[in-house]
Write a protein that binds this ligand. Structure first.
Ligand SMILES: [Zn+2]
Length: 81
């Protein structure tokens, strides 16, 4: 009975160590995709065409801009028409 318990303990430790080694070895490269997911979708500036994360974009009506300056410039240039 003691031998069975000993074998079960050794197998348990072996499985735990193997799981830890696998998770630490392949965990690192998964960082960049998570960053993209956190920033959300990307939108295109209506003035210069630069792509910016949805959360950092500026809005003027239905149009989206990369910066406050481009929102103002675009509004000014559209007033001239
Ligand atoms: Zn822009």
């Amino acid at each position: 009975m003691r031998i069975l318990l000993l074998v079960a303990a050794i197998v348990g430790v072996f499985l735990i160590v193997r799981t830890l080694l696998r998770s630490s070895g392949k965990g690192a490269p998964a960082v960049p995709p998570e960053r993209v997911k956190q920033q959300g979708p990307v939108v295109r500036c209506a003035h210069c065409g630069v792509h910016v994360p949805h959360l950092e974009a500026y809005r003027a009506g239905e149009r989206v801009y990369c910066s406050r300056e481009h929102a103002l410039e675009d509004a000014r240039s559209r007033d001239d028409d």
